[in-house]
Ligand binder design. Structure first.
Ligand code: AMP
Length: 182
């Protein structure tokens, strides 16, 4: 099984991803976590990715696709993708990869949170890459490069919207319901 969790920075994507992956026994694959790990250990990837991350820009698609290819080999159960894909070329790269393995995406969860709420949450989160300028840039990058994925997956009838504002447990339950609908 392969499920993608889509949502703006600050949508609670990461928090929900951890819980959903555990409940559904899926491998949680967060490109943000993997990249932060790579930066910490100063690997080749980390060294290349750092400047993009610090500015709130996206790391180049080839680097991300390489990372995903490395992780999604063999057939060791299902995956919950968190923070990937983030661009149309990444989504196309993923489709190609899956075609080669002979599998596909089950559905895409679109966690919906308003801009105001996102800004509020990000400014209070205090992560190193969460200064106001960087946060603003991250949101702009999201709108421009990642939001087109809603259309991309809508056209494939894979998109399932979920209200991302409100009680965390309730949002979690609403996400779990999507798994039952299938
Ligand atoms: P996140 O924790 O998902 O917000 O990711 C933190 C940062 O890592 C982002 O601001 C990007 O610089 C980078 N990043 C994570 N995932 C991707 C991706 N799929 N494509 C490009 N950059 C990414």
């Amino acid at each position: 099984m392969l499920v993608i969790l889509l949502g703006p920075p600050g949508s609670g994507k990461g928090t929900q991803a951890v819980r959903v992956a555990q409940a559904k026994k899926l491998n949680h694959l967060s490109t943000g976590d993997l990249l932060r790990e790579a930066v910490k250990h100063e690997t080749d990837l980390g060294k290349k990715a750092k400047k993009f991350m610090d500015a709130g820009n996206l790391v180049p698609d080839e680097l991300i696709l390489g990372l995903i290819r490395e992780k999604v080999g063999g057939n060791d159960g299902g995956y919950l993708f968190d923070g990937f894909p983030r661009t149309i070329p990444q989504a196309e790269g993923l489709d190609k990869m899956l075609q080669q393995i002979g599998t596909g995406i089950d559905f895409v969860i679109d966690l919906q949170v308003s801009d105001e709420e996102v800004m509020k949450r990000l400014m209070s989160r205090g992560r190193a890459d969460d200064t106001e300028d960087v946060v603003r840039n991250r949101l702009q990058v999201y709108r421009k490069q990642t939001q087109p994925l809603q259309d991309y997956y809508q056209k494939k009838s894979l998109l399932k919207p979920v209200q991302g504002e409100g009680d965390i447990d309730e949002i979690f339950e609403n996400i779990l319901k999507l798994f039952q609908e299938r």
